[in-house]
Design a protein around this ligand. Structure first.
Ligand code: HEC
Ligand code: HEC
Length: 324
Protein backbone atom coordinates (compact mmCIF):
# COMPACT_ATOMS: atom_id res chain seq x y z
CA UNK A 1 0.00 0.00 0.00
CA UNK A 2 2.61 2.48 1.14
CA UNK A 3 4.89 1.25 -1.60
CA UNK A 4 2.21 1.89 -4.21
CA UNK A 5 1.87 5.44 -2.97
CA UNK A 6 5.61 5.97 -3.12
CA UNK A 7 5.60 4.78 -6.71
CA UNK A 8 2.72 7.08 -7.50
CA UNK A 9 4.55 10.08 -6.05
CA UNK A 10 7.77 9.19 -7.82
CA UNK A 11 5.79 8.79 -11.02
CA UNK A 12 4.16 12.15 -10.57
CA UNK A 13 7.50 13.83 -9.92
CA UNK A 14 8.87 12.28 -13.10
CA UNK A 15 5.88 13.53 -15.04
CA UNK A 16 6.30 17.04 -13.67
CA UNK A 17 9.99 16.99 -14.50
CA UNK A 18 9.07 15.71 -17.93
CA UNK A 19 6.52 18.46 -18.41
CA UNK A 20 9.03 21.12 -17.41
CA UNK A 21 11.76 19.72 -19.63
CA UNK A 22 9.19 19.49 -22.37
CA UNK A 23 8.11 23.07 -21.89
CA UNK A 24 11.71 24.21 -22.17
CA UNK A 25 12.58 22.29 -25.27
CA UNK A 26 11.82 24.00 -28.53
CA UNK A 27 11.53 21.23 -31.02
CA UNK A 28 9.37 18.50 -29.50
CA UNK A 29 5.87 18.50 -30.96
CA UNK A 30 3.00 18.97 -28.51
CA UNK A 31 1.43 15.79 -27.22
CA UNK A 32 -2.11 15.30 -28.47
CA UNK A 33 -3.53 13.34 -25.58
CA UNK A 34 -1.53 13.24 -22.41
CA UNK A 35 -3.49 14.13 -19.31
CA UNK A 36 -0.73 14.61 -16.76
CA UNK A 37 -1.89 15.53 -13.32
CA UNK A 38 0.91 17.78 -12.22
CA UNK A 39 -1.33 19.42 -9.64
CA UNK A 40 -4.65 18.26 -8.27
CA UNK A 41 -7.51 18.91 -10.66
CA UNK A 42 -10.24 21.21 -9.43
CA UNK A 43 -13.68 20.02 -10.48
CA UNK A 44 -15.21 23.29 -9.47
CA UNK A 45 -12.93 25.56 -11.52
CA UNK A 46 -15.41 26.41 -14.29
CA UNK A 47 -18.37 26.95 -11.97
CA UNK A 48 -16.22 29.18 -9.76
CA UNK A 49 -15.96 31.75 -12.56
CA UNK A 50 -19.58 32.71 -11.94
CA UNK A 51 -18.48 34.47 -8.74
CA UNK A 52 -15.95 36.70 -10.50
CA UNK A 53 -16.02 40.24 -11.87
CA UNK A 54 -14.66 41.82 -15.00
CA UNK A 55 -10.88 41.43 -14.84
CA UNK A 56 -8.46 44.03 -13.59
CA UNK A 57 -5.81 44.42 -16.32
CA UNK A 58 -3.27 45.91 -13.92
CA UNK A 59 -3.29 42.90 -11.66
CA UNK A 60 -3.33 40.78 -14.82
CA UNK A 61 -0.16 42.47 -16.04
CA UNK A 62 1.55 41.55 -12.77
CA UNK A 63 0.46 37.93 -13.01
CA UNK A 64 1.39 37.75 -16.70
CA UNK A 65 5.08 37.43 -15.84
CA UNK A 66 4.39 33.72 -15.28
CA UNK A 67 3.10 33.37 -18.82
CA UNK A 68 5.71 35.47 -20.58
CA UNK A 69 8.24 32.71 -21.30
CA UNK A 70 5.82 31.07 -23.70
CA UNK A 71 3.08 33.53 -24.63
CA UNK A 72 5.15 36.72 -24.32
CA UNK A 73 4.30 39.51 -21.90
CA UNK A 74 2.04 40.99 -24.56
CA UNK A 75 0.47 37.63 -25.42
CA UNK A 76 2.34 37.15 -28.70
CA UNK A 77 3.96 33.73 -28.80
CA UNK A 78 7.68 33.74 -28.03
CA UNK A 79 8.29 30.75 -30.31
CA UNK A 80 5.59 30.65 -32.95
CA UNK A 81 6.38 27.03 -33.85
CA UNK A 82 5.63 25.87 -30.30
CA UNK A 83 3.27 28.18 -28.39
CA UNK A 84 -0.06 29.72 -29.38
CA UNK A 85 -0.63 33.45 -29.05
CA UNK A 86 -3.22 34.81 -26.66
CA UNK A 87 -2.88 38.55 -27.42
CA UNK A 88 -6.24 40.24 -28.04
CA UNK A 89 -8.06 37.08 -27.01
CA UNK A 90 -11.36 37.82 -25.30
CA UNK A 91 -11.20 38.32 -21.55
CA UNK A 92 -13.81 35.73 -20.66
CA UNK A 93 -12.62 33.23 -23.25
CA UNK A 94 -9.16 33.24 -21.66
CA UNK A 95 -10.64 32.83 -18.18
CA UNK A 96 -12.88 30.01 -19.38
CA UNK A 97 -10.01 28.11 -21.02
CA UNK A 98 -7.84 28.54 -17.92
CA UNK A 99 -10.65 27.12 -15.80
CA UNK A 100 -10.97 24.18 -18.20
CA UNK A 101 -7.23 23.50 -17.87
CA UNK A 102 -7.49 23.72 -14.09
CA UNK A 103 -10.39 21.28 -13.96
CA UNK A 104 -8.69 18.93 -16.40
CA UNK A 105 -11.63 19.13 -18.79
CA UNK A 106 -9.22 20.55 -21.33
CA UNK A 107 -6.01 18.60 -21.00
CA UNK A 108 -2.61 20.14 -21.51
CA UNK A 109 0.31 18.92 -19.42
CA UNK A 110 1.97 22.27 -19.99
CA UNK A 111 -0.91 24.58 -19.10
CA UNK A 112 -2.46 22.59 -16.25
CA UNK A 113 0.13 23.43 -13.55
CA UNK A 114 0.01 27.11 -14.44
CA UNK A 115 -3.78 27.20 -14.39
CA UNK A 116 -3.84 25.29 -11.10
CA UNK A 117 -2.07 28.18 -9.35
CA UNK A 118 -4.68 30.74 -10.38
CA UNK A 119 -7.76 31.86 -8.48
CA UNK A 120 -10.93 32.41 -10.53
CA UNK A 121 -10.45 36.18 -10.32
CA UNK A 122 -6.78 35.83 -11.39
CA UNK A 123 -8.06 34.17 -14.55
CA UNK A 124 -10.30 37.14 -15.32
CA UNK A 125 -7.47 39.59 -14.51
CA UNK A 126 -5.10 37.77 -16.84
CA UNK A 127 -7.84 37.72 -19.44
CA UNK A 128 -8.28 41.49 -19.16
CA UNK A 129 -4.53 42.06 -19.54
CA UNK A 130 -4.11 39.89 -22.63
CA UNK A 131 -7.39 41.07 -24.18
CA UNK A 132 -5.97 44.60 -24.23
CA UNK A 133 -2.86 43.57 -26.20
CA UNK A 134 -2.39 43.69 -29.96
CA UNK A 135 -2.09 40.43 -31.86
CA UNK A 136 0.78 40.18 -34.35
CA UNK A 137 -0.20 38.47 -37.55
CA UNK A 138 1.98 36.02 -39.42
CA UNK A 139 2.13 35.36 -43.14
CA UNK A 140 -0.36 33.42 -45.19
CA UNK A 141 0.81 30.90 -47.77
CA UNK A 142 0.26 32.10 -51.34
CA UNK A 143 1.62 29.04 -53.15
CA UNK A 144 -0.56 28.21 -56.15
CA UNK A 145 -2.42 24.91 -55.80
CA UNK A 146 -1.64 22.62 -58.73
CA UNK A 147 -4.20 19.85 -58.34
CA UNK A 148 -7.47 18.85 -56.73
CA UNK A 149 -10.74 20.73 -56.44
CA UNK A 150 -9.01 24.05 -55.79
CA UNK A 151 -6.51 23.87 -58.65
CA UNK A 152 -5.27 27.29 -59.72
CA UNK A 153 -6.12 29.09 -56.47
CA UNK A 154 -3.55 30.48 -54.09
CA UNK A 155 -3.46 28.29 -51.00
CA UNK A 156 -4.72 30.92 -48.57
CA UNK A 157 -7.56 31.84 -50.95
CA UNK A 158 -9.18 28.48 -50.25
CA UNK A 159 -9.31 29.51 -46.62
CA UNK A 160 -10.35 33.07 -47.43
CA UNK A 161 -13.39 31.92 -49.40
CA UNK A 162 -14.52 29.58 -46.65
CA UNK A 163 -13.80 32.13 -43.96
CA UNK A 164 -15.87 34.83 -45.60
CA UNK A 165 -18.57 32.95 -47.41
CA UNK A 166 -18.55 29.38 -46.14
CA UNK A 167 -19.88 26.77 -48.54
CA UNK A 168 -23.68 26.72 -48.39
CA UNK A 169 -23.92 23.58 -50.51
CA UNK A 170 -21.92 21.63 -47.96
CA UNK A 171 -23.56 23.48 -45.08
CA UNK A 172 -20.33 25.09 -43.96
CA UNK A 173 -21.15 28.46 -42.39
CA UNK A 174 -18.87 31.46 -42.92
CA UNK A 175 -16.34 31.52 -40.09
CA UNK A 176 -16.63 35.31 -40.18
CA UNK A 177 -20.17 35.13 -38.79
CA UNK A 178 -18.87 34.06 -35.39
CA UNK A 179 -15.19 35.04 -35.52
CA UNK A 180 -15.59 38.44 -37.20
CA UNK A 181 -14.15 39.82 -40.45
CA UNK A 182 -10.74 40.43 -38.89
CA UNK A 183 -10.76 37.38 -36.66
CA UNK A 184 -11.49 39.32 -33.49
CA UNK A 185 -14.23 37.00 -32.30
CA UNK A 186 -17.08 38.29 -30.17
CA UNK A 187 -16.46 39.51 -26.62
CA UNK A 188 -17.56 36.96 -24.02
CA UNK A 189 -16.61 33.41 -23.17
CA UNK A 190 -17.78 31.77 -26.36
CA UNK A 191 -16.41 33.10 -29.65
CA UNK A 192 -12.63 33.30 -29.59
CA UNK A 193 -10.28 35.73 -31.32
CA UNK A 194 -8.56 33.78 -34.10
CA UNK A 195 -6.81 36.43 -36.22
CA UNK A 196 -3.03 36.10 -36.48
CA UNK A 197 -2.98 32.83 -34.54
CA UNK A 198 -0.09 30.53 -35.42
CA UNK A 199 -1.37 28.20 -38.12
CA UNK A 200 -0.29 24.84 -36.68
CA UNK A 201 -2.30 25.59 -33.55
CA UNK A 202 -5.41 26.63 -35.45
CA UNK A 203 -5.10 23.51 -37.58
CA UNK A 204 -4.69 21.31 -34.53
CA UNK A 205 -7.74 22.86 -32.86
CA UNK A 206 -9.82 22.33 -36.02
CA UNK A 207 -8.66 18.71 -36.19
CA UNK A 208 -9.64 18.22 -32.55
CA UNK A 209 -13.07 19.65 -33.23
CA UNK A 210 -13.41 17.46 -36.32
CA UNK A 211 -12.43 14.29 -34.50
CA UNK A 212 -14.60 15.16 -31.51
CA UNK A 213 -11.67 15.16 -29.09
CA UNK A 214 -12.80 16.96 -25.97
CA UNK A 215 -12.75 16.52 -22.28
CA UNK A 216 -15.35 19.18 -21.66
CA UNK A 217 -18.36 18.07 -19.69
CA UNK A 218 -20.36 20.96 -21.07
CA UNK A 219 -20.23 20.29 -24.79
CA UNK A 220 -22.41 23.16 -25.98
CA UNK A 221 -19.64 25.39 -27.30
CA UNK A 222 -17.50 22.52 -28.49
CA UNK A 223 -20.33 21.06 -30.53
CA UNK A 224 -20.77 24.30 -32.47
CA UNK A 225 -17.26 23.97 -33.85
CA UNK A 226 -17.42 20.18 -34.09
CA UNK A 227 -20.32 20.57 -36.52
CA UNK A 228 -18.47 23.16 -38.60
CA UNK A 229 -15.18 21.25 -38.64
CA UNK A 230 -16.74 17.88 -39.45
CA UNK A 231 -17.28 19.15 -43.01
CA UNK A 232 -13.75 20.39 -43.67
CA UNK A 233 -11.13 18.46 -45.62
CA UNK A 234 -7.49 18.35 -44.47
CA UNK A 235 -6.56 20.76 -47.24
CA UNK A 236 -9.29 23.19 -46.19
CA UNK A 237 -8.16 23.05 -42.55
CA UNK A 238 -4.58 23.87 -43.55
CA UNK A 239 -5.69 26.65 -45.91
CA UNK A 240 -8.01 28.20 -43.33
CA UNK A 241 -5.25 28.12 -40.74
CA UNK A 242 -2.84 29.78 -43.13
CA UNK A 243 -5.36 32.46 -44.06
CA UNK A 244 -6.17 33.11 -40.41
CA UNK A 245 -2.49 33.43 -39.50
CA UNK A 246 -2.28 36.36 -41.90
CA UNK A 247 -5.58 37.87 -40.78
CA UNK A 248 -5.44 41.06 -38.79
CA UNK A 249 -7.22 44.38 -38.51
CA UNK A 250 -6.30 47.02 -41.03
CA UNK A 251 -4.69 50.07 -39.50
CA UNK A 252 -6.86 53.17 -39.65
CA UNK A 253 -6.54 55.58 -42.57
CA UNK A 254 -4.36 58.09 -40.70
CA UNK A 255 -1.85 55.40 -39.73
CA UNK A 256 -1.73 54.07 -43.27
CA UNK A 257 -1.13 57.53 -44.69
CA UNK A 258 1.65 58.15 -42.19
CA UNK A 259 3.24 54.82 -42.98
CA UNK A 260 3.01 55.51 -46.69
CA UNK A 261 4.92 58.76 -46.13
CA UNK A 262 7.54 56.98 -44.08
CA UNK A 263 7.94 54.26 -46.67
CA UNK A 264 8.15 56.86 -49.41
CA UNK A 265 5.14 56.14 -51.53
CA UNK A 266 3.04 53.03 -51.66
CA UNK A 267 0.59 52.35 -48.89
CA UNK A 268 1.81 49.48 -46.78
CA UNK A 269 0.44 47.55 -43.91
CA UNK A 270 2.64 46.06 -41.23
CA UNK A 271 2.88 42.32 -40.96
CA UNK A 272 5.63 40.25 -39.50
CA UNK A 273 6.65 39.46 -43.04
CA UNK A 274 6.88 43.12 -43.99
CA UNK A 275 5.39 44.83 -47.04
CA UNK A 276 4.61 42.57 -49.93
CA UNK A 277 4.05 39.49 -47.77
CA UNK A 278 0.91 37.58 -48.49
CA UNK A 279 -0.55 38.72 -45.23
CA UNK A 280 -0.98 42.11 -46.86
CA UNK A 281 -3.08 40.68 -49.60
CA UNK A 282 -5.11 38.81 -47.05
CA UNK A 283 -6.11 41.85 -45.13
CA UNK A 284 -6.32 44.69 -47.64
CA UNK A 285 -10.04 44.30 -48.16
CA UNK A 286 -10.76 44.21 -44.48
CA UNK A 287 -12.82 47.08 -43.09
CA UNK A 288 -11.15 49.92 -41.26
CA UNK A 289 -10.97 49.50 -37.54
CA UNK A 290 -12.39 52.41 -35.57
CA UNK A 291 -9.34 54.24 -34.29
CA UNK A 292 -8.59 54.38 -30.59
CA UNK A 293 -11.30 52.28 -29.06
CA UNK A 294 -9.52 50.65 -26.12
CA UNK A 295 -11.48 47.96 -24.42
CA UNK A 296 -14.10 48.07 -27.13
CA UNK A 297 -14.36 45.16 -29.53
CA UNK A 298 -11.84 45.58 -32.36
CA UNK A 299 -14.58 45.44 -34.91
CA UNK A 300 -18.33 45.25 -34.90
CA UNK A 301 -19.26 41.60 -35.30
CA UNK A 302 -20.44 41.22 -38.90
CA UNK A 303 -23.48 39.32 -37.79
CA UNK A 304 -24.95 38.59 -34.43
CA UNK A 305 -24.08 35.13 -33.15
CA UNK A 306 -27.54 34.01 -34.19
CA UNK A 307 -26.76 34.56 -37.86
CA UNK A 308 -24.83 31.43 -38.88
CA UNK A 309 -26.21 28.54 -40.84
CA UNK A 310 -29.15 26.77 -39.26
CA UNK A 311 -27.20 23.58 -38.58
CA UNK A 312 -24.71 25.24 -36.29
CA UNK A 313 -26.75 25.89 -33.22
CA UNK A 314 -25.51 28.84 -31.28
CA UNK A 315 -25.58 28.28 -27.55
CA UNK A 316 -26.22 30.95 -25.01
CA UNK A 317 -23.01 32.18 -23.36
CA UNK A 318 -22.03 29.81 -20.58
CA UNK A 319 -21.17 32.51 -18.09
CA UNK A 320 -23.11 35.65 -17.25
CA UNK A 321 -22.02 38.56 -19.40
CA UNK A 322 -19.81 40.96 -17.45
CA UNK A 323 -20.47 44.63 -17.05
CA UNK A 324 -17.78 46.40 -19.05
C1 HEC B 1 5.66 26.65 -20.52
C2 HEC B 1 4.94 27.38 -21.53
C3 HEC B 1 3.62 28.05 -21.13
C4 HEC B 1 3.39 28.90 -20.08
C5 HEC B 1 4.39 29.39 -19.02
C6 HEC B 1 2.01 29.31 -20.16
N1 HEC B 1 1.42 28.70 -21.25
FE1 HEC B 1 -0.51 28.96 -21.86
N2 HEC B 1 -0.24 27.56 -23.33
C7 HEC B 1 0.93 26.90 -23.58
C8 HEC B 1 0.68 25.89 -24.59
C9 HEC B 1 1.70 24.91 -25.17
C10 HEC B 1 -0.69 25.96 -24.92
C11 HEC B 1 -1.48 25.06 -25.89
C12 HEC B 1 -2.16 24.02 -25.05
C13 HEC B 1 -2.78 22.93 -25.87
O1 HEC B 1 -3.95 23.06 -26.26
O2 HEC B 1 -2.08 21.94 -26.12
C14 HEC B 1 -1.24 27.05 -24.12
C15 HEC B 1 -2.57 27.45 -24.19
C16 HEC B 1 -3.08 28.53 -23.49
C17 HEC B 1 -4.42 29.07 -23.65
C18 HEC B 1 -5.46 28.57 -24.64
C19 HEC B 1 -5.31 29.35 -25.91
C20 HEC B 1 -6.40 29.11 -26.92
O3 HEC B 1 -6.63 30.00 -27.75
O4 HEC B 1 -7.01 28.05 -26.94
C21 HEC B 1 -4.55 30.11 -22.78
C22 HEC B 1 -5.76 30.99 -22.59
C23 HEC B 1 -3.29 30.22 -22.06
N3 HEC B 1 -2.41 29.25 -22.52
C24 HEC B 1 -3.02 31.17 -21.09
C25 HEC B 1 -1.87 31.19 -20.31
C26 HEC B 1 -1.68 32.06 -19.18
C27 HEC B 1 -2.68 33.13 -18.72
C28 HEC B 1 -0.46 31.76 -18.64
C29 HEC B 1 0.20 32.36 -17.39
C30 HEC B 1 -0.54 32.22 -16.16
C31 HEC B 1 0.13 30.70 -19.46
N4 HEC B 1 -0.77 30.39 -20.45
C32 HEC B 1 1.39 30.15 -19.27
C33 HEC B 1 2.16 27.15 -23.00
C34 HEC B 1 2.36 27.93 -21.86
C1 HEC C 1 -21.77 29.30 -35.17
C2 HEC C 1 -20.62 30.04 -34.73
C3 HEC C 1 -19.26 29.61 -35.28
C4 HEC C 1 -18.87 29.49 -36.59
C5 HEC C 1 -19.72 29.68 -37.85
C6 HEC C 1 -17.47 29.13 -36.57
N1 HEC C 1 -17.03 29.06 -35.28
FE1 HEC C 1 -15.13 28.64 -34.68
N2 HEC C 1 -15.72 28.70 -32.72
C7 HEC C 1 -17.01 28.92 -32.29
C8 HEC C 1 -17.09 28.66 -30.87
C9 HEC C 1 -18.34 28.75 -30.00
C10 HEC C 1 -15.78 28.29 -30.44
C11 HEC C 1 -15.33 27.87 -29.03
C12 HEC C 1 -15.43 26.38 -28.91
C13 HEC C 1 -15.09 25.85 -27.53
O1 HEC C 1 -14.95 26.64 -26.60
O2 HEC C 1 -14.98 24.62 -27.41
C14 HEC C 1 -14.94 28.34 -31.63
C15 HEC C 1 -13.58 28.03 -31.63
C16 HEC C 1 -12.79 28.05 -32.75
C17 HEC C 1 -11.36 27.83 -32.76
C18 HEC C 1 -10.48 27.57 -31.53
C19 HEC C 1 -9.75 28.85 -31.17
C20 HEC C 1 -8.80 28.71 -30.02
O3 HEC C 1 -8.22 29.74 -29.65
O4 HEC C 1 -8.64 27.64 -29.46
C21 HEC C 1 -10.96 27.91 -34.06
C22 HEC C 1 -9.55 27.76 -34.59
C23 HEC C 1 -12.13 28.17 -34.86
N3 HEC C 1 -13.23 28.25 -34.06
C24 HEC C 1 -12.12 28.29 -36.26
C25 HEC C 1 -13.26 28.40 -37.06
C26 HEC C 1 -13.25 28.31 -38.49
C27 HEC C 1 -12.03 28.09 -39.36
C28 HEC C 1 -14.56 28.44 -38.91
C29 HEC C 1 -15.13 28.37 -40.32
C30 HEC C 1 -14.84 27.17 -41.08
C31 HEC C 1 -15.36 28.64 -37.70
N4 HEC C 1 -14.53 28.59 -36.60
C32 HEC C 1 -16.73 28.87 -37.71
C33 HEC C 1 -18.07 29.35 -33.07
C34 HEC C 1 -18.09 29.34 -34.46
Amino acid sequence: MRQARAYAIAGLAALVAGAVAFAQSETVPLPEEAPVEAAPLDDNAVAALAETQWGDPQNGATLAGTCAACHGLDGNSTIREVYPSIAAQNELYIAHQLALFKSGERSSPIMQPFAAMLSPQDMRDLGAHFAAQTAQAGIADDTVVTEGPYEGMKFYEIGQTLYRRGDPERQIPACMACHGPTGAGIPGPSYPHVGGQVSWYTARRLEEFRSGTTHERDRRLFDVMATVASRLTDQEIQALSSYMEGLHPRPDAATRAQMARLEGGAEVVPTRGGPGATGDAVQTEMPDVPAGAPGAPEVEPADPPQAPAPEAETPAPAEPEPQP
